[in-house]
Design a protein around this ligand. Sequence first.
Ligand SMILES: Cc1cc2nc3c(=O)[nH]c(=O)nc-3n(C[C@H](O)[C@H](O)[C@H](O)COP(=O)(O)OP(=O)(O)OC[C@H]3O[C@@H](n4cnc5c(N)ncnc54)[C@H](O)[C@@H]3O)c2cc1C
Length: 373
Amino acid sequence: MLTFDVAIVGAGIIGLSTAYHLSAAGLKLAIIEKDYLGSGSTLRCIGGIRQQFSTPTSIRVMKDSLTLFQQMEEEFGFPVEFHQGGYLLLAHTPQMVEVFQNNIKIQQAEGVNVTLLSPKEAQEIVPDLNTEGLLAAAYCPDDGQAYPFAVLKGYHQKLQEKKQTFFLHNPVKKIKINGNFRLTLGDGTTLEAKKVLLSAGPWTGELAKLVGLDLPLYPERHEAIVTERLPKFIEPMLVDYRPDGCYFHQLISGHIIGCYTPIPNVPGIRIDSSLGFLQEMGQRMVRLVPPLEKATILRQWAGCYTMTPDGSPIVDESPIKNLYIAAGMSGHGFMFGPGIGKHLAHFIAEEKWDVDFKEFAINRSFKGKESLK
Ligand SMILES: Cc1cc2nc3c(=O)[nH]c(=O)nc-3n(C[C@H](O)[C@H](O)[C@H](O)COP(=O)(O)OP(=O)(O)OC[C@H]3O[C@@H](n4cnc5c(N)ncnc54)[C@H](O)[C@@H]3O)c2cc1C
């Protein structure tokens, strides 16, 4: 029987980042992935990294993540296309201005370099920004972007160097608990682990049901597009919080990549693309930055956000001892990944938190709401 200290189910950013830190702590790992690395949400994301959240835990995780992203090039030995072009959040209603003002107080108290700008100041950062109807903008120049493919490659190589075991294209089908955990994979392999982490993104709810847990996790479809390469003219991620808004940034490659949050949402694990999104997204981008009218869209695709009722993830030990959950990352899992992985690995290895993660506790009330989805 193959035996491991920890079996990690799901090799997206959360599973791999946690594995990387567990591996550094000397644990023997099985990393199990039903398809290829990053095939769930992670390689479908647009690579944005921001510290502008509304709750202290999320802000602190993001400060840690930012530091870890900064260190990746040296750690991995190749660039992960990390670039700090900032995030410019746009408020077109007095209510949104108030939300920004309140959040900025919390963010500044946590040491984030963020300010509220006038429309004119926002336009100084993005000269082509259409400021019609804009009331204010929240700006953090330290936020940025990284390339998800490179980040996952870095974690993967580091785990391979430590001779950790990967089971790829091999889904976990059964989990039996009898002191240790016995996992049966799609090809019939069985393995035993002292501890298990379910980091299966949108599929985490289904997996948790195998062991009788009912988690408040709700996958929904989010579509994205990427344009041809353009000469650099947009530095920060632009986030338009109007109900018919959108968010996009220009990668260091010159491509512009972005999404919008559909209203109503499109529930389920769905990765189909729609013509409606393609047309609508183009119009929303051009409204915000009119010169984009001339840009050619190269490709569109879709992936999942996994939502929780309050918009913050679940990162905790489950009611089943030694079974851990890290899921419900909404649209933030890529940026949260390095920070969550570091602290969760400490929790799994040492059985105590090195930070306060009560906001992400599995037994919380889920009544609040992250205001910056
Ligand atoms: C269009 C779009 C844009 C986004 N933009 C951003 C952004 O700019 N910034 C940001 O931070 N986040 C963004 N996100 C969100 C981000 O992609 C996710 O929050 C993050 O990737 C979640 O990572 P994960 O590791 O939890 O899940 P996943 O990446 O989904 O990984 C889970 C893995 O588990 C595997 N799995 C499932 N079931 C099993 C099983 N039974 N056995 C074995 N393996 C299994 C899956 O195949 C999958 O690879 C975006 C998402 C989308 C869709």
